[in-house]
Design a protein around this ligand. Structure first.
Ligand SMILES: *[C@@H]1O[C@H](CO)[C@@H](O)[C@H](O)[C@H]1NC(C)=O
Length: 762
């Protein structure tokens, strides 16, 4: 009894202190760094600074001490950064010259067989001016000495290029034509330079636009030629990420410069939680909007927070959001136990134990008691949790992903990791290791406890063919879109699993402590890797069609994408959007869906943005009279949410297509739709007599949903071109998330099982 009341007392104390902390957190005088976005560029540099300084003094609660502007955006859009109290930020937000005020947060960093796999061979036909294309990469910087970035055969940069090379420890060349860095807060990074000491930035830049590098491999894996999509395009580097993270205020500064410097495509493999529900309280969304106004396409990663619903990041309707998918190559590592049983898992293991059996131990049986650990706390092998005397020289089985550093520290001979059910990513570890399916790891644990001297060995990894590819791995961010439900995100998918590309020889190949191996090539996974595949592909398409708008390039990539299977990807379009990119087909899409700045503005009017705020961001004279519903933004995909499950639903969408195929052509609408629903298209035939001609149609969906997520499609076919749009119809069950569903199913099973059991006993 006494024990229980003690626990209650403890809980009470914890609650009180957390309340106190909360109060402290919302203290009125506490200063926080805020970004104040004030729309388009309006005046010259000096008066813009003065205007912003005045705004700042107007809201300052203490008129004595003057506040300072920490960063000033003025080249491509305008705004500033300042330390404000919450009260000051609220006052600022309603200032007539302000579009939005939001806190400066941090974003996280979220090959090359991959191009062959998607049907883009090394000898693909290229447009002559591909070297006119400039891809701006906003990330961790670059390792300029990598072979991917030498400038053999490249002429001097396009004359419109205006960006500088702010590097003191390397020279730019005709491949890397510009390099800038942004560093708001001083920390302990090695050098303040656009040089990449992490690896993420180099990997991405080489996937988007790296030169072909032959005979590349990582530890002998993935042998072949690595190359970028737009392999003769130029690269402009915008380093915003440091060992402390990537700050929004720096990301916005990079966009401000990249747009003015003259890039064609911006590649953005960073992301964070979507905390705000407006399009202009997010650095990526603001940056990409102004890029779009200037004819620049922003390509971003869908994030690695899948497979939960609504986990997709970077959902701006004026950018592309890219999901990840698998290649037809998988890395399989075998484990053999002393009883001659074999298990298969995943890793990138080139350590050779030569088939020799080592004693095997379960982490739970080897806690470091001196450091205060017991079996429950040593299961996951956090740092210091294992008893070195018990584990040294043995193969240890750990639960969860974090064991590699600890297994290495105590001198384990090898590591078996009990993973989750889905295994589709191969990691490298500083010791022989294999990542196993939960059910296999459970069998191995049983074996360990059934033998007095259990043993095992881990073999070198084999490369095998994955016949199920392309599939969307569990980590890839899923729809629906948290900001505007009516816009399908992710837009499409590209390879993002086990991608081989360049790496700085200074940075270890894995993040586990004890890892000392450094290489110029590394295999990494994430939507960070799928994003630059699309940046490269977009550069390739743009080199054939230099005048195409960002929305037209996006449309070309989406409507020609390879269809993926809703049977193997349970979240269907919420996982893969329009499907896997096909850059060669995207050069000739037949028809396209364009969406101009004015289309985006009337879409925003429809979302309820006031005319006066919108006037701050656009030069055009606008009236919010002819607003369009969010559903009618001219997007090449369709999303409809049923008002209630199992009720009749109905919704219409207006679209305008532009002919870019053959001057004289007749397209017919073909729809594919699940039972219970109808999709009608009016008119269902579109006849064109010239290039550039536009036609408008209305698509209507009606019926009742059986499943929570339903895939359908519309294809406009003229015999030459098939212009495919994905359609997804869903109800609120799809927003609740898979885990609750599984939980409910489990619960029902348990109830039924218990009932049966009861009946049998009776
Ligand atoms: C979308 O909203 C849900 C519910 O508020 C949240 O759990 C999820 O993390 C959000 N998604 C992103 C990408 O921020």
């Amino acid at each position: 009894m006494e024990g229980t009341s003690f626990v209650y007392l403890l809980l009470l104390l914890v609650n009180i202190s957390s309340l106190l902390l909360q109060c402290h957190g919302t203290s009125k005088d506490e200063l926080k760094t805020y970004i104040v976005y004030t729309g388009k560029t309006m005046d010259d540099e000096v008066s813009s600074l003065a205007r912003h300084q005045n705004m700042l003094q107007e809201v300052a609660s203490s008129k004595q001490e003057s506040k300072s502007i920490l960063k000033h955006y003025k080249r491509s859009f305008s705004g500033f950064v300042a330390d404000l109290t919450e009260e000051e930020a609220n006052k600022m937000a309603v200032h007539e010259g302000v579009v939005s005020v939001f806190p400066n947060e941090k974003k996280q960093v979220l090959t090359t067989k991959s191009w062959d796999f998607i049907g883009f061979p090394i000898n693909v036909e290229r447009a002559q001016p591909e070297s006119d294309i400039i891809i701006g990469v906003i990330d961790h910087g670059i390792w300029p000495e990598s072979q991917s970035f030498n400038d053999i055969g490249l002429s001097s940069p396009p004359s419109r290029w205006k960006g500088p090379c702010q590097a003191f420890d390397f020279h730019c060349n005709n491949k890397i034509i510009g390099a800038r860095y942004y560093k708001s807060k001083i920390d302990k990074d090695l050098s303040v330079s656009p040089r990449d000491t992490n690896g993420h930035g180099t990997h991405i830049a080489s996937i988007a636009a790296g030169n072909p590098v032959s005979m590349a491999s990582m530890l002998g894996f993935g042998q072949g030629t690595t190359r970028g999509g737009a392999s003769s395009a130029r690269i402009a580097v915008y380093k915003v990420c440091w060992s402390t993270g990537c700050e929004d205020m720096d990301i916005l500064a990079a966009f401000d410069d990249a747009i003015a410097d003259g890039v064609d495509i911006i590649s953005f493999s960073l992301g964070g939680k979507i905390t705000a529900d407006t399009h202009f309280s997010d650095a990526l969304s603001i940056g990409a909007f102004h890029a779009m106004k200037n004819g620049i396409l922003t390509v971003c990663a869908a994030g690695n927070s899948g497979p939960n619903h609504a986990s997709v990041m970077n959902v701006a309707p004026w950018a592309i959001s890219v999901a990840a998918s698998t290649l037809d190559r998988k890395f399989v590592t075998q484990v053999k136990l002393g009883n001659n049983k074999f298990f298969e898992g995943t890793s990138l293991n080139n350590f050779d134990l030569k088939g020799e059996l080592y004693p095997l131990i379960y982490s739970r049986d080897a806690p470091n008691k001196e450091a205060g650990f017991d079996g429950d706390s040593s299961r996951n092998c956090p740092i210091n949790s294992l008893d070195e005397k018990l584990v040294k020289g043995k193969i240890v089985l750990c639960e969860g992903n974090e064991g590699a550093s600890e297994a290495f520290r105590v001198g384990a001979a090898g590591l078996l990791i009990q993973g989750i059910a889905y295994i589709n990513v191969a990691y490298s570890f500083p010791l022989p290791a294999c990542y196993l399916h939960t059910k296999d790891a459970t069998k191995i644990r049983k074996y360990i406890h059934s033998k007095r001297t259990p043993t095992a060995t881990i073999f070198k990894t084999n490369e095998l063919r994955d016949t199920l590819a392309p599939e969307v791995p569990s980590f890839s961010g899923r729809g629906p879109n948290n900001v505007t439900l009516e816009i399908l995100k992710p837009d499409l998918t590209a390879p993002g699993v086990d991608i081989i590309a360049s790496w700085p020889p200074l940075s270890p190949i894995s993040e586990f402590s004890g890892e000392k191996r450094t290489l110029e090539i590394n295999i990494v996974s994430g939507t960070s890797m799928s994003c630059p595949h699309v940046s490269g592909a977009a550069g390739y398409v743009k080199s054939f069609h230099p005048t195409w708008s960002p929305a037209v390039i996006r449309s070309a990539l989406m409507t020609t994408a390879k269809q993926m299977s809703p049977t193997y990807n349970q979240d269907a379009e919420f996982a893969y959007g329009a499907g896997q990119i096909d850059p060669v087909k995207a050069v000739n899409p037949g028809m396209v869906y364009d969406a101009t700045e004015i289309d985006c503005i009337s879409f925003l009017c429809g979302l309820g943005y006031s005319q006066s705020v919108l006037q701050l961001i656009t030069e055009d004279v606008i009236s919010c009279f002819d607003t369009v519903s969010a559903r009618d933004l001219n997007y090449p995909s369709f999303v409809l949410k049923a008002p209630r499950p199992k009720h009749h639903l109905s919704g219409s969408f207006k679209r305008t297509v532009t002919n870019v195929g053959l001057p004289m052509s007749i397209y017919r609408a073909i729809v594919t739709v699940p039972k219970g629903l109808t999709v009608s298209v009016n008119p269902s035939v579109l006849s064109f007599t010239s290039l550039g001609e536009k036609k408008t149609y209305v698509l209507t969906i009606e019926g009742k949903l059986k499943k929570s997520i339903n895939s359908a499609s519309l294809v406009w076919d003229d015999g030459n071109f098939q212009v495919r749009s994905p359609i997804i119809i869903f109800d609120e069950r799809a927003e609740k998330g898979e885990s609750t569903k599984l939980y409910c199913i489990n619960f029902i099973y348990i109830v039924i099982f218990n009932l049966l059991f009861y009946i049998i006993i009776e």
